[in-house]
Design a protein around this ligand. Structure first.
Ligand code: DMJ
Length: 577
């Protein structure tokens, strides 16, 4: 048995012995052919696998492209949805997919991402507080505990379609917002941020809670106008209604603080049918018009008892700025009717004054708006005055052709200067103000940057009104500089110094209300918040333009006819109507 097993093993091994085949050529040939066939088969399979891999990769790429296309078309459809929510002509979606610049779509999404980051940080660290301090990760009540950032953000969240975030903010307004605060509030800041933010959100959403809250806070502010002249005191206690002016003005009221409530209070009267708000604020302009100077330039301090200007600086920057802005915008809000004709006249007078303040630098001929005290000019301009290019462009179309062109050109020149406030610093972010010296163009004065919006605001108007994409490019560069210097893990901060980039610890509420909103709109179709249907208050809260009838101030008898129809297209979007 042992022998036969050994024989059969030997037999099996003989097949791997080359000598075996050398003696049998037919078998050798067969083996060779079998080897060639097998090799061909393996090579063929491998080639097929490789080809399939290439095909799969190509298909993946195609799927990705299709996904991107789908995403883009969804964004455009969203934009169109927003358009129909916010007004503007209906447009064929497929046409829009064809014409909307994909770069704008991408940039808009980036800005929306920035808003989401700012808002999420606020929700996480400062919910319900006025402002977020991102470095120390806490909230502060810089406006008396009114949830300033939350209210300032409402319409931005709504416009950007951040619905869940909007809904949470809405619940806070409905259930936690309490104005009964023993706090001396700024009438101006409370009006532009809180009254403006709530009214705008009411106009957008149709949710009455926002109108109720706006009425509540406006009622608390109203006693501020009970002065001999009707020029308001600028500070009022929200619980007790005691009003006064800050000590540092020597008892005077501030021009911008007194002349920047008209849009909001007129809108409130239109929406409630109660004329008292409109009467108070329109009277301010009537009083100022009585002694309005021939150049339309008012000093920043006004005596609230006599209603006359006190000797002080004339400026389109801090403390003067939005007075001029509202002269134009009330005219627009009032449908350019005879009832608001005097606003346009006053504004045009002020524009002749503005022209007298325009100077040009050497060597680069940057146009700037100087400041004035008595008869002497000061070669200084605040970044705050960079709202002026947008305002001038917005008002230009109300002139005859030659003047319209002249003012539009000036607006474009000033916008170039403001853009260079940003471009001329190492961080590419603008300082708070600039000085102009012969031969040196511009140099930063106060060197902080607190995330202000004025330049991007002007770029938004200029892009809307001229269609020139250069303004989008400039806006994008500014956005990228904010991303680079101001974005931190817990929100956005200002810079203590635009030369060094050292950061501060505050996320200003206007960054969410204005800066990011104007940037978002800069990359959105023009049908989102069209300028012939909406007017922005000075805190970038869009108010819907409604029919204004009659001459001047409305009266009780005509309440009903002044109640506007605001929400027909998208009534009840959030189910609260
Ligand atoms: C905002 O509160 C308003 O734009 C106001 O008119 C001026 N200052 C800030 C933003 O810089």
């Amino acid at each position: 048995m042992a022998r036969s097993r050994s024989l059969s093993t030997t037999n099996r091994w003989r097949y791997i012995n080359p000598a075996y085949y050398l003696k049998r050529p037919k078998r050798l040939a067969f083996l060779f052919i079998a080897f060639v066939c097998l090799s061909f088969f393996v090579w063929d399979r491998q080639t097929l696998v490789r080809e399939h891999e290439v095909e799969v990769a190509q298909l993946n790429e195609a799927v990705l492209k299709l996904q991107n296309l789908l995403e883009e078309s969804k964004n455009v459809k969203d934009a169109l949805g927003e358009k129909s929510k916010f007004g503007g002509e209906d447009t064929d979606a497929s046409k829009m997919v064809g014409i909307e610049d994909p770069i704008s779509v991408q940039r808009r999404e980036k800005v929306k991402g920035a808003m989401l980051h700012a808002w999420t940080s606020y929700e996480k660290y400062a919910w319900g507080k006025d402002e977020l301090q991102p470095q120390s990760k806490n909230g502060v009540d810089s406006f008396g505990g009114l949830g300033a950032t939350l209210i300032d953000s409402l319409d931005t969240l709504y416009i950007m379609g951040l619905d869940e975030q909007f809904q949470r903010a809405r619940e806070w307004v409905a259930n936690s917002l309490d104005f009964n605060k023993n706090y001396d509030a700024s009438v101006f800041e409370t009006t532009i941020r809180v009254v403006g933010g709530l009214l705008s959100t009411f106009d957008l959403s149709g949710d009455k809670i926002f109108l109720e809250k706006a009425t509540d806070i406006a009622n608390r502010l109203l006693p501020a106008w009970d002065t001999t002249s009707g020029i308001p005191f600028n500070i009022i206690n929200l619980a007790h209604g005691n009003a006064h002016n800050p000590g540092w003005t020597g008892g005077d009221s501030i021009l911008a603080d007194s002349g920047t409530e008209q849009l909001e209070f007129i809108a409130l009267s239109q929406r409630t049918g109660d004329p008292k708000y409109q009467q108070k604020v329109e009277n301010v302009i009537l009083q100022l018009n009585k002694t309005f100077p021939s150049d339309g330039l008012l000093p920043i301090y006004i005596n609230p008892h006599k209603g006359t200007p006190s000797y002080s600086t004339i400026t389109f920057g801090a403390m003067g700025d939005s007075f001029y802005e509202y002269l134009l915008k009330v005219w627009i809000q009032g449908n350019r009717t005879t009832a608001v004709k005097h606003y346009r006249e006053m504004w045009e007078t002020s524009m002749t004054g503005l022209l007298s303040l325009v100077r040009r630098t050497t060597p680069s001929s940057f146009a700037y708006i100087a400041e004035k005290m008595g008869s002497s000019l000061s070669d200084k301009m605040d970044e705050l005055a960079c709202f002026a290019p947008g305002m001038i462009a917005l008002g230009a179309s109300g002139y005859d052709r030659d003047n319209a062109q002249k003012f539009l050109s000036l607006a474009e020149e000033l916008a170039w200067t403001c853009y260079n406030f940003y471009q001329s610093t190492p961080t590419k972010l603008a300082g708070e103000n600039y000085f102009f010296r012969a031969g040196q163009d511009m140099s930063v004065g106060t060197s902080w940057n607190i995330l202000r919006p004025e330049t991007v605001e002007s770029l938004f108007y200029l892009w809307r009104l001229t269609g020139n994409k250069t303004y989008q490019e400039w806006g994008w560069n500014i956005f990228e500089a904010f991303e680079k210097n101001s974005r931190i893990e817990s929100g956005y901060v200002g810079l203590k110094d635009v030369n060094t980039g050292v950061k501060d610890n505050m996320m200003q509420s206007f960054f969410l209300a204005e800066t990011l909103k104007y940037l978002y709109l800069l990359f959105s179709p023009t049908t989102v918040i069209p300028l012939d249907e909406w007017v922005f208050n000075t805190e970038a809260h869009p108010l819907r333009i409604v029919t204004r009838q009659g001459q001047g101030v409305i009266n009780e008898a005509s309440d009903e006819q002044h109640k506007p129809k605001l929400h027909s297209r998208k009534q009840g979007r959030f189910g609260h109507l």
